[in-house]
Design a protein around this ligand. Structure first.
Ligand SMILES: [Zn+2]
Length: 375
């Protein structure tokens, strides 16, 4: 079935905090520390944890949409079936990529890495496509439920390609766009506040809004492997190697970003890995997600049905949480409404024995960059 990424448009009801005293940051931190110490936990993360890295969230603090009404993500069928849609997608992605590639993990990713070092977390399942978990803690098993922007895949031969190199190919095929991008980057770099960059509206998938841009002139290449190996004439290109659609039948060798689009099913491998992680854990801790997507919500439902621990740290209500937190639910239930970075930062401090040990743990993990930013 299709997996739309923003299926709900109304805010979810506000949460009921558990335990009831967890209305101060210290009590909330203690509750999550206790939750993590008492079981083998899998983490489920969402867009809320990447906000501190400068990425947009789908929802605001009270569960309302932050995105303007004009934002309409591309659908899978549209991308596969329409050359003009692919031009538009890749043009926006071309401009958005350098900003996306600069994004760095934040305090939450670093705290997750420390929890892994302390042996308290066994697996991360993320809805995010920004690769920040992958960058911050490459050895902690992580399942990217909705794929990743750092790779592309050929829809014909399934060969993966790195997004970084593809950016260079797009620049060669679109010199005017490359000049435009250079102008934006230079203007951003010469301005300490990067106000020009900030004024370009970034969407959660890393592309940008460019009203009135000449998308139809944008060019993109087909899969190099297919072009070399498939029969001559089955894949059409112009004199510079840009893809030309096949008017007599379906176009082959289409390169698509490694993310799951609206209307596209999540990969069965990712789904199975995520389910296996939840089934082998004693608890699931949701961080910065309203579980609006079915694929994420279903994992928490599995945990609920198994009667294992469920913890949620999220600003704003979460889809179906009244069911997970209903009276008589089996297993420990913790519901916190504070910023994830504050809670997890405090948990790591508490569980690693204060600043001294925390310093040691951070150094052992090769990352002391955020020390001192914790209260
Ligand atoms: Zn191919």
């Amino acid at each position: 079935m299709g997996v739309p990424r923003i299926p709900y448009t109304l805010p979810f009801p506000p949460p009921k905090i558990r335990p009831s005293n967890a209305i101060t940051l210290s009590a909330a931190t203690a509750a999550i520390a206790d939750f993590l110490q008492s079981r083998n936990t899998v983490l489920l993360t969402g867009a809320g944890i990447s906000v501190e890295s400068g990425l947009a969230d789908y929802r605001g603090e009270k569960g309302t949409y932050r995105l303007n009404q004009k934002y309409r993500p591309i659908f899978f069928d549209e991308f596969v079936g329409n050359h003009e849609s692919r031009k538009r997608y890749w043009a926006r992605s071309f401009i958005g990529w350098p900003l996306m590639a600069k994004v760095q993990p934040n305090r939450t990713h670093e705290a997750v890495s420390q929890l892994w070092g302390l042996g308290l977390v066994s697996h991360v399942i993320t809805q995010n496509v920004d690769s920040l978990h992958h960058i911050c803690h490459p050895t902690l098993p992580t399942t990217e439920l909705h794929g990743t922007l750092r790779d592309l895949i050929c829809l014909t031969c399934r060969t993966p390609y790195p997004r970084t190199k593809f950016q260079q190919t797009l620049a060669c095929l679109n010199p005017k766009w490359a000049d435009f991008l250079k102008t934006i980057s230079e203007a951003g770099a010469s301005d300490n506040n990067n106000s020009l960059e900030k004024n370009i509206k970034r969407n959660p998938d890393g592309d940008v809004d460019l009203p009135g841009a000449p998308y139809t002139k944008f060019r993109y290449p087909p899969c190099p492997k297919c072009l070399e190996e498939r029969p001559r004439g089955s894949i059409l290109v112009d004199a510079d190697g840009a893809h030309v659609p096949n008017r007599g039948g379906p176009t082959q060798a289409i390169l698509k970003p490694g993310v799951i689009f609206f209307g596209e099913s999540i990969s069965s491998a990712a789904k199975e890995k995520a389910e296996a992680a939840v089934k082998s854990a004693d608890g699931i801790l949701v961080l910065g997600s309203s579980l609006a997507t079915y694929s994420a919500w279903r994992l928490v439902r599995t945990a609920h049905q198994r009667g294992i621990g469920i913890g949620i740290v999220n600003l704003g209500g979460v889809r179906g949480e009244d069911v997970f937190f209903a009276d008589g639910a089996q297993g420990t239930r913790v519901r916190i409404e504070f910023p994830v970075s504050d809670v997890l930062g405090g948990v790591v401090q508490e569980l690693s024995g204060g600043f001294g040990d925390w310093d040691m743990v951070a150094k052992a993990a090769g990352s002391a960059s955020s020390l001192g930013r914790y209260p």
